[in-house]
Design a binder for this molecule. Structure first.
Ligand code: HEM
Length: 131
């Protein structure tokens, strides 16, 4: 499960860097917030979750880990889409619907991760644990 998180994170890194290069070339700096969210929510946050679940695979296998995976990986693309749409004239109302839906799923997933971390991140779920 951890490796799937990390592979998804790398896709966001590629996209985020492309947006950064596009902004540098065109000086269309209005995409800066979306670029930052793709890199920091899409790449950095997803990759950190992936590393945590790689170190504690036992925490990824339970229902909380699975719920977190789906809420995060369905919610984040919708949330990031909204980060671009807010910059498109006339799309603000639509963008906000996506922000609430995608950001809501991402937020609920993160709360589930926090519960999972306190309940299930310990020596019994650590990689290589024989307990
Ligand atoms: C080749 C790679 C990258 C390029 C060419 C690039 C380019 C840019 C540009 C042109 C801006 C706008 C600066 C401005 O408004 O004055 C920016 C902002 C930013 N970038 Fe990148 N970037 C790259 C990679 C990254 C990565 C990997 C991260 C984070 C992991 C990142 C995080 C940010 C943040 C936080 C901002 C500020 C956004 C804001 O103020 O709204 N960038 N970047």
């Amino acid at each position: 499960m951890g490796s799937t998180w990390i592979k998804l994170a790398v896709l966001y890194l590629v996209f985020g860097i492309c947006v950064g290069l596009f902004m540098s070339m065109t000086l269309m700096l209005k995409w800066g917030s979306a670029h930052a969210h793709v890199n920091l929510v899409g790449f950095a946050t997803t990759a950190i979750f992936g590393v945590i679940y790689s170190v504690y695979p036992g925490a990824a296998k339970n229902s909380l880990g699975k719920a977190h995976f789906w809420l995060h990986n369905l919610g984040v693309p919708v949330f990031l889409l909204s980060a671009f749409l807010v910059q498109v004239p006339g799309m603000l109302d639509t963008a906000h619907i996506f922000t609430y839906l995608g950001g809501g799923a991402f937020g609920i997933g993160t709360i589930i991760f926090i519960v999972n971390a306190f309940k299930n991140i310990n020596e019994t779920t650590l990689i290589g644990s024989k307990k």
